[in-house]
Design a protein around this ligand. Sequence first.
Ligand SMILES: Cc1cc2nc3c(=O)[nH]c(=O)nc-3n(C[C@H](O)[C@H](O)[C@H](O)COP(=O)(O)OP(=O)(O)OC[C@H]3O[C@@H](n4cnc5c(N)ncnc54)[C@H](O)[C@@H]3O)c2cc1C
Length: 395
Amino acid sequence: MDLKETQDEEQFRRTVRGWLQGHLPAGWGTPAHRAPETAAEQVAFARWWQRTLHDGGWAGLTWPTEYGGRGAAIVEQLLYNEEYARLRAPDILSLKIGLNLVGPTVMACGTAVQKTRFLPRILSGQDIWCQGFSEPNAGSDLAAVKTRAELRGDAFVVTGQKTWTSVAQHADWCILVTRTSFDGPKHKGLTFLLVDMKSPGITIRPLREITGDAWFNEVFFDEVRVPRDNLVGEINGGWAVVLTTLAHERAGTTPHVRLHGEQRRLADLARATAHNGRRAADDPILRQKIAQSAIETALLRYTAYRNVTMVQRTGQPGPEGSILKIFWSELEQRLKDTAIEILGVYGMLPKGEARAADDGFWFYELLWSRAATIYAGTSEVQRNIIAQRVLGLPR
Ligand SMILES: Cc1cc2nc3c(=O)[nH]c(=O)nc-3n(C[C@H](O)[C@H](O)[C@H](O)COP(=O)(O)OP(=O)(O)OC[C@H]3O[C@@H](n4cnc5c(N)ncnc54)[C@H](O)[C@@H]3O)c2cc1C
């Protein structure tokens, strides 16, 4: 990748920054802005913000214009993401599955009718999607799913259980991996469906996370009817569709920008916090850890750029995305561990406590970051992928 930006690219960056500064809610990023707090408020805010981006022509940068995207190049997406994260514009959990996973999957594997029906609604924030892949006995070994789909007339009838399904309680639609054959190799009996979450027979039970929030859920399907038109790919050919989704899940292009921001925040914290009778920033061990995190954040940036180059060359994210996933998720945890080390026992105070540093930000992040090496494929699974598919080592 040529790291020097062209004049057009610099201009593009300025345009993105100007537009975002002009459209973020008043007082955004300052104490004057009251961020949405409850899950319902956050979801309503997410829909509003996505519609605003869409109306401004900033939704789905690399998506084709026929589906409401901007038809831009991947480098522009990278520049956009960098400016977006630099301004700490809203990082919206509830829309990520639709935008990052469902959209690219439907574009690659869906029918013409599915593309026209679903893609514009994802971009405009009208539909929230969830990902019904994991089950109690099928996580890393996703091909082991048992949720059964039986074709009866013009509909599949689905019965079974999914778990860890993020935002299911707010979702309009779900990408669902089901089993349609119990014969032969596990991965050859799977079928990929698009399921309306308002269908009769669906029960959702939120699961409370270590942070106290309940973003993920158990989802039960009891004879749920899914029209045959909502099949993606072939019956028993769902594994190919799943692999498309997973490649996009692991290939996020710009984790470095958010972590770079947090790394600078960590250095500020060390300057402002007393530790063992002096500034944490003057403690030789902590200094080394902070310097190391700055080095690793820079390395992450170049790893992300290498991934973008791969997508530019091949049009698709490759297994190299696993290198990026391991690196950012483990760096994220080290960064949060260092923050708590700086804060000492005060680091355990949650949001709302008078003496909590940064209003409990680091404590919440410490807890939430534990999930980073699990979701989108655990670190162990990513290492297997790198060993087998990048390095060509035997199984
Ligand atoms: C915050 C969060 C949100 C999530 N959201 C969703 C969602 O929206 N939709 C969804 O479908 N899922 C979601 N998940 C589930 C996630 O994808 C799974 O937790 C993950 O794939 C691991 O599966 P598992 O939990 O069943 O663990 P297991 O697969 O049982 O793994 C247990 C341990 O064994 C290790 N292990 C397993 N297989 C191997 C192997 N072959 N080699 C070496 N080690 C191995 C794992 O690394 C792990 O340490 C979410 C998870 C989290 C934490």
